[in-house]
Design a protein around this ligand. Structure first.
Ligand code: BGP
Length: 483
């Protein structure tokens, strides 16, 4: 189902704080055994990965260099001085990895397509062997009863585009991305019915172009950064249009964004309303413009003289109607309180003792999984949401018996899934969940030091071993309920 811009009426309703717009009728599957833990019938269960983090084979079959190849080989960029030249060798081992998914009982898989495999120079002549790999992968998934969900861009920009036009600093990259999207749509949407455009615009902009922690490692001044942000959003919109024009009719398309998650500090109607307003304002540079077709006042006021340059036509393209919203949810970003100020809310600071997982950024706040989709569904009148990533890193040392008893990850997942179940049982339209990640992989600047997989990878032998969390997830999928 498509949705476009918000109507004035919708906002009036929101401002008035009345109707939630969510059904109060629980939609548990009948086989949930009366546990009150069940998910809707047909709920998609899967795992998520991305091309650069698992494939390896960076020089295979005509693949061109990506900005992450260049970046990871620069001294001082990756904490353990590693790179993803081999990674999980998934390019060769994909059949085995699909068997791991099948063993979990997973019904869906979110993977990404490497743009530089398909267009080694970013544009121009496609490399047939590049797309052949994804043909094989998709056919193998379907043969095993697993539905492919493809992401077009998970940060592996062809290096040639960075060199020639400054990558996302140029609008040309947004256009090249749409051409690539059109080609992929034409070739794959006979078998792939769900396509994600860009993974986490906000991270690729901020960490890649502002802080220099991710590729291409730039530290741009604010005005240029805002222009990059705009170009990325434009790339999203142009690719939505390209997929509609060239993909099989009925192909469903949407972004996969790590929205800023705003949780009401105390669940009162006033704080919930404040958290909704905060969600809309703090996501002003990405989701809000994609879903409303405008840079809202709060965003423009904050950007000031550094605001991006754009046309009305740009905004129309960026807000091209989408079919679903993908949300990557790991942590709460803010706890919100209603306030009698211009914004209508304040953000409570995090105390130093707030619990977190194995990474400093990864706060343990399961309620993020309830509030994020609930706010998004209400604010933007959404009909379909996928949780496109959720998971945690953990130290994962094998015990004396060789098994990894990752109780911390099991605890994290169980609590987050309980909150997701709370959301779906109240009618928040979440249709599926993709756990990050199937296997330990190259976690960007953290190299191989952070392990997010529910299968452990021994990177010397490429052996995959199930962790306790894999057994947990198998049981969740089997029962379609939190266990
Ligand atoms: C998300 C990315 C994933 C994955 C995950 C874990 O932002 O979409 O690709 O890497 O975060 O984060 P990190 O590797 O930074 O610990």
């Amino acid at each position: 189902m498509s949705f476009g811009r918000l109507s004035r009426r919708h906002f009036a309703r929101l401002a008035g704080g009345a109707v939630l717009g969510l059904s109060a009728t629980p939609t548990h599957s009948a086989d949930a055994g009366g546990t009150q833990q069940g998910f809707p019938a047909g709920f998609r269960w899967g795992t998520a990965t991305s091309a650069y983090q698992i494939e390896g084979a960076v020089n295979e079959d005509g693949r061109g260099p990506a900005i992450w190849d260049r970046f990871a080989h620069m001294p001082g960029t990756i904490i353990d001085r590693s790179n993803a030249d081999v990674a999980c060798d998934h390019y060769r081992l994909y059949r085995d990895d699909i068997q791991l998914m099948k063993g979990l009982g997973a019904t869906a898989y979110r993977f990404s397509i490497a743009w530089p495999r398909v267009f080694p120079d970013g544009l121009g002549t496609p490399n047939p062997k590049g797309l052949d790999f994804y043909d094989r992968l998709i056919d193998e998934l379907l043969a095993n009863g697993i539905e492919p969900f493809a992401t077009l861009y998970h940060w592996d920009l062809p290096q040639a585009l960075q060199d020639q036009s400054g990558g996302w600093m140029s609008r040309d990259t947004a256009r090249a991305f749409a051409d690539y999207a059109a080609y992929v749509a034409e070739r794959l949407t006979d078998r792939v019915s769900h396509v994600f455009t860009i993974n986490e615009c906000s991270r690729l902009v901020h960490l890649g172009h502002g802080l220099g922690i991710d590729a291409p490692g730039l530290k741009l001044p604010q005005a240029e950064l805002n222009q990059v942000r705009h170009n990325v959003a434009l790339g999203h919109g142009l690719s939505v249009q390209a997929i509609r024009a060239r993909g099989r009719p009925g192909t469903k398309v949407g972004p996969a964004e790590n929205l800023v998650v705003c949780v009401p500090a105390i669940d009162t109607p006033a704080n919930v309303r404040a958290a909704e307003m905060a969600t809309r304002e703090l996501n002003g540079g990405y989701l809000t413009v994609m879903l409303e077709g405008q840079y809202i006042d709060g965003f423009l006021a904050q950007a000031g003289k550094d605001a991006p340059k754009y046309t009305a036509e740009d905004l129309r393209i960026i807000s091209s109607p989408i079919d679903f919203l993908g949300l990557n949810i790991y942590k709460p970003d803010h706890y919100v309180l209603a306030a009698d100020n211009e914004r209508g809310f304040t953000l409570a600071p995090f105390p130093a003792s707030f619990p977190h997982m194995d990474a400093d950024w990864l706060r343990f706040g399961p309620e993020a999984m309830y509030w994020a989709p609930r706010h998004a569904a209400k604010l933007w009148d959404l009909r379909s949401i996928y949780i496109t990533e959720n998971g945690t890193s953990a130290t994962d040392e094998p015990a004396a018996d060789g098994n990894v008893h990752d109780l911390d990850r099991v605890m994290y997942l169980r609590n987050y899934l309980q909150q997701l179940q709370r959301a779906t049982s109240q009618g928040v339209p979440v249709a599926g969940y993709f756990l990050w990640s199937l296997i330990d992989n190259f976690e960007w600047a953290d190299g191989y030091q952070k392990r997010f997989g529910i299968y452990r990878v021994d990177f010397r032998t490429q052996r995959r071993t199930p962790k306790l969390s894999a057994s947990f997830y198998r049981e969740v999928i089997k029962q379609n309920a939190v266990v």
